[in-house]
Design a protein around this ligand. Structure first.
Ligand SMILES: NC(=O)c1ccc[n+]([C@@H]2O[C@H](COP(=O)([O-])OP(=O)(O)OC[C@H]3O[C@@H](n4cnc5c(N)ncnc54)[C@H](O)[C@@H]3O)[C@@H](O)[C@H]2O)c1
Length: 389
């Protein structure tokens, strides 16, 4: 514990567009071959294509993995940029949405990689949101026992969180993200121009991950979000850019210190333990980010009880999420018994206990010695939550 992400040049003033590009690099201590080059800015597709072609040697082939919606907006443009860089590339697409983050979709992507004759020296570019990044990254981890890949996130959620850190997964019938791998991307290029086409509901949902990062790791960021939450919804506002970049930097620091979630990285699961169970119990009614928003409020209530988190902090959380337009209570009709059962299926659940990453205060996680999560009996969680249904 204690290594900090190495950060390189911050600005690049070669031309006016580039002057707003922020760059840093994630370096994993003790693993010199593992680097992740990160860029946040606008008009980054050309750079992303140049970067990909610089990594791929000779006649090696590449694929873009994307869902149908994102591919319809950006697929051809990225393909043409890659072709200009002489990188032989094919596009593999799958139907959009969480319900398609499945083993079957993964199988189809893997077959596409074989058909495109991508070898061990090939390259995969995941163009899209968290679903595309999770499926594309897992395909990259499995194809030929692992090929290099990069992420071009196109949602607020992916830019704030999922594109960094190398967690990849698909859902199984038994639960969310149950089959997966850690496989670090070689680069993450977040082109904020792509947010212009993101539907507002998804745009807002992704901001739940920004709020999560702020409540756990950065009280100043939380206060900034509170001071003008509506500016976050303006997709070309610099406050949004700054917030997404702040989250990316905070996450980079955490995963550099704890790549495999042996400790500190678990802090980033705040809101997700209840959020994942709610997402499943709501059977498609809640987007991932919306479920995390409700999960954050409920876990703040738990924290009041377990870590002494101030009730005023929970109220600040509710106010901020509501100002962004996110839900703060579970949707009607959620069955409490089903929710309890789903909590018991959580990857971190053991013998009737679930582990929660909880805040001690706004911007300050509860950490006890080397323990970053607190075990709570599912029955106790349900008795507390029962009052909120
Ligand atoms: N790997 C991680 O570390 C990590 C972290 C957090 C969340 N996640 C996962 O992320 C997923 C949620 O990600 P998401 O919210 O980005 O969902 P998503 O990938 O499904 O994208 C949301 C929707 O918006 C569309 N879309 C995406 N970008 C667009 C754009 N620029 N213009 C128009 N439409 C666009 C997509 O087609 C999709 O319908 C969940 O499965 C969650 O488990 C992973």
């Amino acid at each position: 514990v204690g290594f900090v992400a190495e950060e390189s040049a911050l600005t690049d003033g070669n031309c006016t567009r580039d002057s707003s590009v922020e760059k840093f690099e994630i370096v994993f201590p003790g693993l010199p071959h593992k680097h992740c080059f990160v860029q946040y800015g606008r008009g980054l597709f050309e750079r992303a294509a140049e970067f990909a072609s610089s990594l791929v040697s000779g006649r090696a082939r590449a694929v873009i993995v994307s869902d149908e919606t994102i591919a319809s907006y950006y697929g051809e443009r990225l393909l043409s940029n890659l072709n200009k860089c002489n990188l032989s590339t094919e596009l593999i697409i799958f139907p959009p949405g969480e319900s398609n983050k499945t083993w079957e979709t993964l199988g189809a992507v893997l077959r596409g990689l074989v058909e495109a004759k991508v070898g061990r020296d090939g390259f995969l570019i995941a163009l899209g949101g968290g679903v595309t990044g999770d499926i594309g990254g897992l395909a990259a981890a499995l194809h030929c026992r692992g090929i290099d890949w990069m992420q071009l996130p196109t949602t607020t959620l992916a830019m704030a969180d999922s594109a960094l850190g190398g967690k990849t997964a698909v859902n199984l019938a038994g639960g969310k993200n149950l089959a997966g791998a850690f496989h670090q991307p070689a680069a993450v290029f977040a082109d904020l121009d792509t947010l212009a086409t993101l539907p507002l509901r998804h745009f807002r949902a992704g901001l739940a991950e920004v709020v999560k990062t702020a409540v756990m790791l950065d009280g100043e960021l939380f206060s900034q979000l509170e001071s003008s939450p509506l500016e976050l919804l303006e997709q070309d506002n610099s406050r949004l850019e700054r917030a997404l970049l702040a989250c990316a930097r905070l996450k980079a620091g955490v995963v550099t210190r704890d790549e495999r979630e042996a400790g500190e990285r678990a802090l980033l699961n705040a809101g997700h333990t209840i959020g994942h169970a709610l997402e499943a119990a709501a059977s498609g009614l809640l987007l991932h980010g919306e479920a995390v928003a409700v999960g954050l409020v409920l876990e703040c209530r738990l924290a009041e009880w377990i870590t002494g988190f101030p009730p005023a902090g929970t109220q600040r959380m509710i106010n901020l999420l509501q100002a962004i337009g996110l839900p703060t209570i579970p949707p009607e009709g959620i069955d409490a018994g089903r929710l309890a059962g789903l909590l018991g299926l959580d990857k971190k659940a053991r013998r009737g206990m679930v582990r929660f990453a909880l805040p001690a205060d706004i911007g300050k996680p509860h950490v006890s010695g080397r323990e970053y999560t607190s075990p709570v009996e599912i029955d106790k969680v349900m008795s507390l939550l029962g009052r909120m249904f």
